[in-house]
Ligand binder design. Sequence first.
Ligand code: NAI
Length: 676
Amino acid sequence: MIEYARDEAGIVTLTMNDPDQSANTMNAVYTAAMSAALDRLEAERDQVTGVIVASAKSTFFAGGDLPMMSQARPEDAPALFDLLGTIKRDLRRLETYGRPVVAAINGAALGGGLEIALAAHHRIALDAPGTRLGFPEVTLGLLPGAGGVTRTVRMLGLAPALMTWLLTGKRLKPAAARDGGLVDEIVATPEELITKAREWIAANPDAAQPWDRPGYRIPGGTPATPKLAAQLPAFPATLRKQLKGNRMPAPEAILAAAVEGAQVDLESAFVIETRRLITLLTGRIAKNMIGAFFFDMRAVNGGQARPAVEVEPARKVAVLGAGMMGAGIAYACARAGLDVVVKDVTPEAAARAVTEGDPAVLARITTTADVEDLRGCDVVIEAVFEDPKLKHQVFAEIEPVLAPGALLASNTSTLPITGLAEGVSRPADFIGMHFFSPVGKMPLLEIVVGERTGDAAIARAFDLGRRIGKTPIVVNDGRGFFTSRVIGQFINEAIGMVAEGVPAASVEQAALQAGYPTGPLALADEVTLTLMRKIHLAYRAAGVVAGHERAHALVETMLTEHDRSGRSSGRGFYAYENGRRGKLWTGLAELATDEGRAVPFADLQERLLFSEALDALRCRTEGVLRTDADGNIGSILGIGFPAWTGGVIRYVEQHPDFKGRASELAARYGERFAPA
Ligand code: NAI
C-alpha cells in the first residue's frame, strides 16, 4: 500500500497506492503499511534527509474506511480506541521524525487524507480540477479522529479551524484551502509538485511542527485566554446559525473536542478526539448517514429490487419531449454512451435538447419532429406535458415505428401507470421511469410498476437506470407513486401550519432544523401552486380523500386573490428576483384562518417528519412500497428526507415511541396523524 523509495539525496518518497481499491482509504492495509514505513524510516534514519508523502492514485487519499466504520458496535469501542491510537501514534512519529516532511497533494485530500497531510510540515497542492481539501466527516455524523480536530485547531486557532474547516464539511479548491491556511503552496504540474517538495526539504532541514517548538501558543488564544473566553459562549449560537440550526451530534462533538482539546496538551487532546469519535461511531446517526452515503452501492448489491431475469441492454433511446425533463434525460443517456433521438412538436422545439453541455455528448443526440426518425429505437422515454390524453396519443403514434418489444416508459410524476398503459398494444412492456429535476444532479430513479408491467420491463428499466448512473428504486403503481405522494404530505402539512397561523419563517426553520435540505414552502414554490391545485382537483375528481383542505384553501386564495403561483412567476410563498429566492411574503400572516395558536417548535418538526413517515407506512400497507429499502433510499435521495434518519422507514423503527407520539399529534392536530 505504501511504496518506499529513497533517492541519492536521501529523500524518501512514501507513495500511497492501495492495491485493492481505486482510492486510498484509512483501512487495515493502510494502518499496517504506515507502521511499517515508519519502522523503516526509523531504522534508516542516518541515510534519510527528508520525506515526501505522495499518492499513485488520481486522488491523494479519500478518507476513512466507511464500510468498516458503519459497522462499529458499542462492544468494539476498545478495539477502535487501539486502532485510532495506532493511526495517531504513527502520524505523530512522522511529524517528530526529525526530518522535513512534505505532503505532495496531487488530488482530493479529504477526511483522513487531509489528516495525513496535516502531519507533514509543509503541504503543496496540485492545481488540478479534482483537487479538493476538506473534512466531510460532519456531513456523515462523524468527526476527523486521526488528529484532524487537534492539528487544525493548533495550526489555525479555534474559530478559523471550526468555521472554515471542521464544521462546514466543505471541500475547498487549492486556492481556497490556501486562504483557509491548510495549504502552503500551489503548483501547476505533477512534476513541479515533486520538484517543489524537494526544494522545500533542502531549504528546511530543521522543519518541525509549530506545536513542537518552544513557546508555542494556539493562534487566537485558548479557552483560558480572556479574549477567546469572552467569545466562547457565542460559539454554540454561531454554530447553529452556520448549520442552519441543525443540531445533530457530530457538530456538537466536534465543537467539544476542539474546545476541550485546546485546553490540554497534544496527547490528551488526541485522546479526547478519539473518545468523541468513538461515541459517534457506535451511535446510530453516523450509521444512518454513512448508510445514506452508501445507498447507491446498496441498491446495486442488494439486488432484490431488480427481478432476476436476463434482458438485452438498451441500444438506442427515443425521448419524447425536449422540455426540461426530456432534455435532461436525453443528456444523461447520451453521457452514458447511448444513442439518443429526441422528438418534439417542431424541429426548433426539439433542438432545445442540444443547446447545453459537452459537445462530445451532444453529438450522440439527434433531434427531430418526425416520428419516422425514431425507427428502430428499443427504448422510449416519454416526457411530454403532464396530460393523459396527450401521453396516450404520443404512444399510439410511435409504437408502430419502434423496434419489436421496445420498452415503453413514461416520466410522468403523477399519472398512474396502469391507466397510461391502457392505450398501448404491449402493456407488459409499459413502465414508469420517474426522474427528478434537475436530472443531471438528482441521483434517484423511481421505477413504477403498473398492474400489467412484466418483470422483464422492470429489469430493463433498472439496468438502464444503473447504466446512466442513477440509483433505482422499484415501487408499485398508485397516485403519486411513492415519492410524489409522500412529499405532497410534507408540503401540505407545512402550508396547513401557515393556515393555522404559524409564522411561515418558523415553518421553514423547523424543517431545516429537522435536517431537511430545503424548506417546504420553498419547495411548494418550485413545484408551483398551480400544479398543486391541479393535483388536488384531480384527486377530488377521482373521489380520493387527500385531506389538507385548509392547505388547499390557502393555495387557492394565493392563486386567485394574490396572483402568487410560485417561483416560475416570480412570486409565491417567497418573492423572487432574477430567479433568486428572496424574502418570505409578509402577506401570509393575514391569510391564516385560525387565531395564531402557539405550536411548540418540536411539534412543528415532528408534524413534518410524521406526515411523511405515516404516509410511507400507508404506502407499505397498500403495497406501493415493495421493500423498506426502497422507502429509505427513495426518501433520502428523491425527496430530501433528513439523511441522519437513515430513511423514512428507519425513522419510524428508531423513534423511541413512534406510536405514542403519533397519537399525541393526532389528538392535537387531527386524525391524519393517527397511527395505523
Ligand atoms: P416541459 O413543459 O418543460 O416539456 C414538455 C415538452 O413536451 C415540451 O417541449 C413540449 O413541446 C413537448 N411536447 C408536447 N407535445 C408533444 C408531442 N406530441 N410530441 C413530442 N413532444 C411534445 O415539461 P417537463 O417539466 O419537462 O415535464 C415533462 C414530463 O415530466 C411531465 O409528465 C412531468 O409531469 C414529468 N416530470 C416533471 C418533473 C419536473 O420537475 N418538472 C419531474 C419529474 C417528472
